[in-house]
Design a protein around this ligand. Structure first.
Ligand code: 44T
Length: 848
């Protein structure tokens, strides 16, 4: 990775006064002149090299040349980016930062490149640095807010606000230290809290490691602020890379860790503990009082865990992981082939698949129905290294679950109890009042399989690649075994038609496809979008309306010109209308457009498998393949995306994807809309035409707990909040407003209108007054959108079947309101980021 902090070492030599050197001065001034000339003639690469030479030889020019140098850098980087010279691009930024290590504009811009390349952590670090250098730098602030979630994940706030969890860990650590565990290692220390607990409990030596750079730096700050910087040694490394005596002088008697995710093993706790037992911990205690001297043995907090599972019916999970509809926007989906979400734990291992996703079951819209009693999937002793090592080689275990309620098998939900020691444990179960989410293993293969009371569900439990895997394989009903997975079917029960099996295997060999992987993967949000019939129907109707209007217009024009010129006109109306769909990811809208007739539609779907699905659907829905093109197959790079088709034709409609699944307006939406408008034929339209943003005043403690460490009380007596709260962001995303625990303090109100057909009509700042309907503390303003395809047809991102989540502005200071009181909201839109501040309106105001 580019190392932006590399700085030239300023030795004594640079401080000594230089004697005038005419040759050098000559070189500097001629290079400076060349740099300016090259800049003028837009030869940015050469200009950049000249500037580098000038500024390295004559740092006195740094102030003078700063603006032009930055401009040159950004232009040159753009060019390098467009031709894919990524390493060169980052090399240039590094050279620039060596010259200007504290230049927030360069840092921010490098962050943007890093982000686009997928280096989110590094990007976030750059934005953070830029913002520290200039806190009022709006671009860096906006970028930082967009990525802060990656730097310091939101669950840190939840965990620090979870007093029950904090206290239990503290007590367990205290007890262990009092019982003789004198040397402690905190693996994955986060803010440093567990390490500090050990020190406070009286441990003689405390070590901590943390692999995230940001968290490591944060832990150092926190430990220093609590006066423990001399007594806790924090290492920025993965525990797996630690060695005795290089990193820790000798083996320790206690490892404390909370490196567990909702699926228990996702943060690599098994691997970390196996390594710790082999390299970092004293040998475990074997039996009671064998050695008498407890300090010579090692142990782990938590001591172990029990994992539970349960089969559930849940529509919300179903619509994010399986295709549930037979028809979408007038298209039959029968020929789509198998579509899967990227979360799968099926019998074929596939690295691109995550075995589980996470949800807080209690907050799922529409709730869930347990179909079985909870069962114990696994018991694991963290103090037994043989058991830890045996996990991955352990046989697949088959568990039989008695079905207690009738319902569709949609997923297996998993949670666990973390046994801190013999006495105390934490539970992440769906019924508990904790911050924990549950792991969800969605069901793919058993499309809509209805379980009945008395059935037995056979679940395979295994541990592969250090993940716990759960897979429903079959149902026992009335003495018969009904397999749930067709691959399992052919593997275990023998195929009833071996000839067909052979043919299909041969076909796969010829096409180079693996037989078992012949499905198309869609993101969960893409799957939910496919299942959203209302959305597609709205587009279908709006598109049909537009095309018929354009046809009428065309006919009128034809008649008119025929009348005027009194001769046959080359009939244009029978020719095509062009529709471009620039939706992100998988979208059926181009196909829906093509289905209108006389439409040639261009899709932006990039992935080959997804293109194949669209082609199959075109064929099966009697849409000529010639009416569907893949736009990105025609253009070299993304920048060419919004160009007109090669022939002299303008677009009749351009479909823009304007709201991200997380609930925010897409970045650069307005720029795209302006560009798109220039490419429309007369009477052509952009879909959507406008977006109206709605919001509401709410009181929600849940949102506060996710946004910052709350309250004035120090956390377990430690001063942590001010440090981690630097990473608070004002806008929360991926909310489910329908299940958010909150009190509504006002009606919903129109906050903002974004007109995409006339961007000049947009304001960037608006004041909205609204009346509190009841008394309370306004802590947040959730917002959502009505997306108007035309004057009449709109879709709301708040709909029950929406693939969109909602976002909310969390106020820095809660605002106390009385019923009937007026609140003034200042709503700002900077680029595509909404910010809102709220004030009590003293004199009763009028609605705008
Ligand atoms: N999320 C829980 C996971 N680490 C919690 O870098 C529960 C999620 C969650 N450092 C909603 C609610 C909740 N060596 O900072 C991280 C990580 C670090 C290591 C050094 C290692 N081998 C590791 C492994 C991980 O440990 C920290 C905590 S891990 C995740 C904990 C509230 N959504």
């Amino acid at each position: 990775m580019p190392n932006a902090s590399a700085r030239p070492k300023h030795g004594r030599r640079t401080r000594r006064r230089r004697r005038p050197d005419p040759a050098r001065n000559e070189l500097v001034s001629s290079s400076l002149e060349s740099a300016q000339q090259c800049l003028f003639s837009q030869d940015y690469g050469t200009a950049f090299v000249h500037y580098l030479l000038v500024l390295n030889l004559a740092p006195v020019f740094k102030d003078f040349a700063k603006e032009s140098f930055r401009f040159t850098l950004f232009k040159w980087a753009e060019e390098l980016d467009s031709v894919g010279r990524i390493q060169d691009l980052f090399d240039c930024y590094e050279q620039a930062l060596e010259l200007y290590p504290a230049d927030e504009v360069i840092l921010n811009s490098m962050g943007e490149h890093l982000f686009r390349m997928g280096f989110r952590d590094e990007a976030a670090g750059h934005f953070h640095k830029a913002l520290k250098l200039r806190p009022d730098f709006p671009e860096a602030r906006e970028n930082f807010y967009r990525v802060a979630n990656w730097l310091v994940e939101r669950w840190h706030f939840l965990m620090l606000n979870d007093h029950g969890r904090n206290r239990k860990y503290q007590q367990a650590i205290q007890k262990a230290v009092q019982n003789g565990c004198n040397t402690v290692l905190d693996i994955g220390t986060g803010t440093g809290i567990l390490g500090m607990c050990a020190k406070k409990a009286g441990a003689a030596e405390v070590y901590a490691c943390e692999l995230s750079k940001t968290m490591y730096e944060l832990a150092c700050e926190v430990v220093t602020a609590n006066g423990m910087d001399g007594s806790i040694k924090i290492l920025h490394m993965k525990s797996l890379d630690m060695e005795v005596p290089k990193d820790v002088p000798h083996r320790v008697s206690l490892v404390v860790t909370e490196t567990v995710d909702a699926g228990l093993f996702g943060e690599g706790i098994i691997e970390s503990l196996i390594h710790a037992w082999h390299h970092l911990l004293l040998p475990p205690q074997r039996g009671e009082n064998e050695f008498g001297d407890r300090s010579a043995t090692g142990r782990v907090i938590p001591a172990g865990a029990t994992v539970f599972g349960m089969a559930v019916e849940c529509l919300e999970i179903r619509r994010h992981h399986r295709l549930c509809v037979a028809e979408v926007g007038g298209l039959s989906m029968a020929a789509a082939g198998e579509l899967r979400s990227p979360v799968s734990c099926s019998s074929e291992p596939d690295d691109s698949m995550e075995p589980y996703t996470t949800e807080r079951l209690s907050r799922l819209p529409g709730g869930y129905k347990p179909l079985t009693e909870p069962f114990t999937a696994l018991n694991i002793d963290f103090n037994n290294v043989q058991e830890l090592e045996g996990l991955s080689s352990r046989e697949v275990q088959e568990v039989r679950l008695l079905v207690t309620q009738e319902g569709v098998l949609d997923a297996l939900a998993v949670w666990f109890q973390l046994h801190l020691d013999e006495e105390s444990s934490l539970s992440t179960g769906p019924q508990e009042d904790t911050c924990w989410e549950q792991a969800i293993y969605p069901e793919h293969s058993a499309k809509g399989f209805v379980l009945k009371p008395g059935d037995e569900l056979i679940v395979e439990v295994s541990c592969r690649d250090a993940y716990l895997r759960l897979c429903s394989v079959a149902v026992l009903r009335g003495g018969h075994k009904i397999p749930l997975d067709k691959h399992v079917d052919s593997q275990y029960s023998g195929n009833p038609n071996p000839e067909a099996e052979l043919c299909s295997a041969l076909a796969c060999l010829q096409t180079g496809q693996s037989q078992t992987k012949d499905f198309c993967v869609l993101e969960c949000s893409e799957m939910a979008l496919l299942n959203n019939q209302e959305y597609h129907l709205s587009f279908c109707v709006a598109l049909a309306k537009l095309i018929s209007q354009l046809k009428v217009k065309c006919q009128n024009q034809e008649q008119e010109s025929a009348f005027q010129s009194d001769r046959a006109v080359s009939a244009n109306c029978s020719s095509m209308f062009y529709v471009l769909d620039v939706s992100e990811g998988f979208s059926l809208l181009s196909l829906i457009a093509a289905g209108q007739g006389h439409v040639k539609a261009y899709s932006s779907v990039e992935k080959t498998k997804q293109q194949e699905v669209l082609k199959r659907l075109a064929r099966s829905n009697d849409i000529s393949e010639q009416h569907l093109e893949f736009w990105l197959n025609h253009t070299e790079d993304e920048q060419g995306m919004l160009q007109r088709p090669s022939r002299e034709k303008l677009w009749s409609a351009i479909i823009l994807d304007c709201v991200e699944t997380c609930g925010l307006i897409r970045q650069k939406l307005m720029e795209k809309a302006s560009l798109a408008r220039c490419l429309l034929e007369e009477g052509g339209r952009i879909f959507p035409a406008k977006i109206v943003v709605y919001g509401m005043l709410v009181e929600s403690d849940t949102l506060l707990l996710e946004s910052a460490v709350q309250g004035q009380e120090p956390t377990l007596g430690f001063n942590i909040a001010p440090f981690i709260n630097q990473f608070t962001v004002p806008v929360h995303v991926f909310l489910d407003f329908s299940t958010l625990e909150c009190r509504h303090l006002s009606e919903s109100v129109e906050l903002f209108v974004l007109d995409l057909m006339d961007t000049n009509a947009n304001y960037i700042h608006r004041e909205v007054k609204l009346q509190a309907t009841s008394a309370g503390r306004v802590t947040a303003i959730p917002f959502w959108y009505h997306i108007y395809l035309d004057q009449e047809i709109s879709v709301s991102t708040l709909n029950q079947n929406s693939h969109w989540k909602q976002a909310a502005v969390v106020l820095q200071q809660p605002l106390e309101v009385r019923a009937g009181e007026w609140v003034r909201l200042a709503v700002k839109l900077h680029k595509s980021t909404i910010s809102i501040s709220a004030h009590i309106e003293n004199a009763p105001g009028q609605m705008e």
